[in-house]
Design a protein around this ligand. Structure first.
Ligand SMILES: [Zn+2]
Length: 240
């Protein structure tokens, strides 16, 4: 069964998005990268959701800030990439391609190193993916505590796995800044100019949710011809 994904904007300086993944049959939910336990817990209660699981993409403080309080509030089972072991506490350390069962939904986890050595994403093939800080709209995660070559190889793998219809859920609301960078690099990229016009009318709460087909058009990092070009682009974005 295909799960619903609900995106909640967290009004902090890092512009985080938190996500709830919901089995529509059982109303069982998983909360991804909890920043604000009260906000998430109250939302789940209002929506009559049973928070059964917490999923973590990586160990950066803005992705695990309220892990402990949310666990106390919900008694939920914590899943995290096995490559994050030792950075925080989890109940199940996930391997690459491991499946998680949430109600009647089967969700896959992939190890996606690069932004940090330990990073994972959660997805249902052809439908949606929660990329954490691996892929952003019109961008990718930084590699200040990771490795750009590793992130390049992760992105190549994702390009093989993702299909056009996959909805792209990211850890932060960076689309406007990233599109401005895109247009500085490629001033004639009309699809990026059109999209920037569209998203500049939106708020972080109403921001469009892109799909993989759109990202292939506007995300320069997905289109970098080789490893060197990818690393060069990452360095340019760091300095921008
Ligand atoms: Zn991060």
């Amino acid at each position: 069964m295909i799960a619903d994904v609900v995106r909640l904007f967290i009004p902090n300086s890092a512009l985080n998005y938190n996500h709830l993944v919901v089995c529509p049959d059982s109303r069982k939910a998983a909360i991804v990268d909890p920043f604000n336990a009260d906000l998430l817990f109250n939302f789940a209660n209002e929506q009559n959701l049973e928070v059964e699981q917490i999923w973590i993409t990586h160990e950066h403080p803005d992705h695990i800030k309220d892990l402990t309080p949310l666990q106390r509030l919900t008694n939920a089972h914590v899943y995290a990439p096995e490559t994050c072991r030792g950075k925080f506490d989890a109940d199940t350390w996930l391997k690459d391609n491991q499946t998680i069962t949430l109600g009647n939904c089967a969700i896959s986890h992939l190890l996606t190193p690069g932004h940090t050595p330990g990073h994972g994403i959660f997805w249902q093939r052809d439908h949606w993916a929660i990329f954490g800080d691996t892929v952003f709209n019109a961008g990718i995660g930084n590699t200040k505590s990771g490795d750009a070559t590793e992130l390049y190889h992760t992105v190549q793998r994702l390009k093989h796995l993702m299909t056009d219809t996959v909805k792209v859920y990211t850890g932060h609301d960076y689309i406007e800044t990233n599109l401005k960078f895109t247009l500085q690099q490629k001033p004639n990229l009309e699809s990026a100019a059109r999209l920037l016009e569209q998203v500049s009318q939106q708020t972080p709460d109403t921001r469009l949710i892109s799909n993989w087909a759109q990202e292939k058009e506007i995300n320069l990092f997905l289109n970098a011809p080789d490893r060197e070009a990818f690393i060069e682009l990452r360095a340019l974005r760091d300095k921008w």
